[in-house]
Design a protein. Sequence first.
Length: 368
Amino acid sequence: MNKPRGRDLGLDFPGIAGPNNAITDVPGVEVGYCTVIEGEGPLVPGQGPVRTGITAILPKGRDPKPRPVWAGAYALNGNGEMTGTHWINDGGYLVGPVCITNTHSVGIVHHAAVRWIIETYKEQWGEEHLWAMPVVAETYDGVLNDINGQHLTEHHALEALRTAAPGPIMEGNVGGGTGMICYEFKGGTGSSSRRVTIEGQNFTVAALVQANHGRRPWFTVLGVPVGQHLTEDALMSSHELGSIIVVLATDIPMMPHQLTRLAKRAAIGIGRGGTPGGNNSGDIFLAFSVANAMPISQFNKAFLSFDWVNDEQCDPIYLAAVESVEEAVVNSLLAADDMTTLRPAGHVCRAIDHDRLVGLLRQHGRCT
């Protein structure tokens, strides 16, 4: 049963959300998961328990032909991994899926994503010398999961890719977010979207996050320092052990350098939640646009035309990104469920108490 999200609880998030209030509000974007929860009891390295998974985003859905999506990436703090960003920085686009998993499963997920590209686009990969460079990002789930056991397989990754679909998405303990911790509460996967109108045309900016960052005293919701009040059951590490991956999607036509600038705004979105971007936190962001659809360069003409938004119109786009990221992090927390820690053993990583959060925000006029 899905838990209520921030807006369901009356949290006063600004902006107008799309129908799903999720990254799938961007036309064509699909999201799938594989969630692996196996075993109980104390940690036996290599045997479990296992609490991990994979999140798969298809920027172009089930398009039968490979098409680039224009993209930009930014690392606020680079203590983490996101593959494919060298070419995004140089070429300005990506082809294929975006996947998010745990730190020690990047390799197998990348392998599976390459397999998916080759099998999905057999004709094109058979005609030309093409190489697949999918985007795979990670955060560390070793407090709640036997991460060193490397339990995820190619099958798991392909399942996440096969199950990708449009419409409402699951949040919390799901996919790559299964074993994640956020502000010392149970964290995970979250999403949100915003509608943007430019010269009478309606567009969407949306975020999906894998939230595994922050310390409890920093935690802020809608400007209220709730972490200073919700102090019970904090895991009380002296420093951050996690990270956050943010994927921003839009149907606004934007140049790659504009998308890099958009990706940078994710830093402001997570900053609204209180994090300073700690030393051990891999805060890495990707932004892509599904506009300007065209074949990959090997099958395209010599001279190309390209629509892009005037930079003078970008302020509401940036604001939409910031607001979407802020809300997505909170949604990840609200959807999560308690989980017992493995290292250190026997503690419980609690999901945030909805009633107490709402009560605090009402005291400050930030919840209806």
